[in-house]
Design a protein around this ligand. Structure first.
Ligand SMILES: C[S@@+](CC[C@H](N)C(=O)[O-])C[C@H]1O[C@@H](n2cnc3c(N)ncnc32)[C@H](O)[C@@H]1O
Length: 371
């Protein structure tokens, strides 16, 4: 069978541009701009053959793709570059300026300051909400926030990705368990009676409850003598409300071993479902929830607690620019009592600017000590 090449090339270009536009956050992605990209890319691809012989449409597509792949990709790349600089309609907005305005609006109306977050990460996250509402510009999105303030909640959920799980990064928890035992032994020797732990950026509660379980285990011989309490804070009030319910899916507890699961969780059947492990919800027992106090705290603007023995702040700095990380690390230093510890996430590191404040305890585990 003979197949005409141009319509096949057009369908390849359309599919690829659709895919590309779904992820773009740095240019206007309205239908007019999208069509202009397709038109420009199409006019730049000149296939060697105007027809192709193949046994089926799929085979023809495969052949055309193989023969023209490089030319098509280059044409799309150039077309996107051109249209992002010269959109085919009057610029609805100066995107850089309106993005700044949007962040200012959020600061003014909700008191949350995202101005020092990594800008690409932020723009990608905003693009998700803008697309979900079938909008194309920051200006339109600001209007939506005025019309429908509930959109703020969805936006914050998207910006503050609350992904977490119990005992996230299991090898770290072996180190933390050992550290807690050592700290408790030191407390006993100094006749001190409290152990203060802070989970900063606690998301839906998996981290502070894991810390409470680890502390309860470490305290076993000394439970009557030392009181451990966990301060758990996050900027996202929705996440804190979920944390206080203390109910988790099987996925969240996959790193909890059977002994701890039996000791510190109650498995509850989901109503109306059969009796399998996946249909269960795991509720943290009161012995553990009683050890944890949740409160809203923005690490950028909030007042930090003091006298902390162990501060755990993992997978939060990924959002912040370097200067902001430094500022927060200095405030962490003040929050930790002399001799206390700071634990950062696996992908985070102590900045050189503040490294001299802390001693390395275990740099693989990202654990540091205030001398
Ligand atoms: C990926 S979760 C990390 C949860 C947990 N620490 C862990 O490692 O599994 C990141 C958390 O940081 C919080 N966060 C982001 N910006 C924050 C800020 N300015 N102040 C406090 N928490 C913030 C988010 O709301 C989110 O719950």
């Amino acid at each position: 069978m003979l197949f005409k090449t141009p319509p096949i090339i057009e369908s390849i270009i359309r599919e690829s541009v659709n895919h590309n536009f779904a992820y773009r956050y740095d240019m206007c992605v309205c239908p007019v701009c999208k069509n202009d990209v397709v038109r420009r890319a199409l006019s730049a691809v000149h296939p060697a053959r105007s027809e192709i012989e193949a046994v089926s449409g799929d085979e023809a597509l495969r052949q055309v793709r193989a023969e023209n792949n490089l030319a098509i990709n280059n044409a799309i790349l150039h077309a996107i570059e051109y249209v992002s600089e010269h959109p085919p309609h009057p610029q609805a907005e100066d995107r850089r300026k309106t993005f700044k305005l949007l962040l200012q609006k959020i600061l003014q109306e909700r008191g949350l300051d995202f101005r020092n977050y990594h800008i690409d990460l932020l723009k990608r996250r905003f693009a998700i909400r803008i697309k979900a509402n079938d909008l194309y510009s920051y200006t339109e999105y600001m209007k939506l926030l005025d019309r429908s303030p509930r959109e703020y909640e969805k936006l914050f959920e998207t910006l503050c990705i609350n992904v977490s799980e119990f005992f996230r990064d299991p090898p770290l928890w072996v180190t933390l368990q050992y550290l807690l035992e050592k700290m408790i032994a030191e407390k006993r020797a100094a006749a001190e009676r409290t152990l203060a732990i802070w989970s900063a950026g606690c998301a839906n509660g998996e981290e502070p409850y894991s810390l409470a379980i680890a502390a309860a285990e470490a305290l076993r011989p000394h439970a009557a003598l030392i009181h451990a309490h966990i301060i758990a804070t996050d900027v996202d009030k929705g996440a804190l409300a979920a944390a206080q319910k203390a109910q988790y899916s099987p996925d969240s507890i996959k790193n909890v071993n059977d002994r701890l699961l039996a000791k510190y969780f109650i498995a509850v059947e989901k109503p109306g479902n059969g009796e399998t492990a996946r249909n269960k919800i795991y509720r943290v027992k009161e012995t553990i929830t009683d050890m944890v106090a949740f409160s809203a705290l923005d690490l950028i603007t909030g007042d930090f607690p003091k006298g902390i023995d162990l501060l755990v702040c993992r997978n939060v700095f990924i959002y912040f620019k370097r200067e902001l990380q430094e500022q927060i690390l200095r405030k962490f230093f003040e929050a930790i009592r002399p001799g206390g510890y700071l634990c950062l996430g696996q992908s985070e590191s102590m900045l050189t600017e503040v490294r001299k404040l802390f001693e390395d305890t275990d740099s693989n585990a990202r654990i540091y000590r205030r001398p």
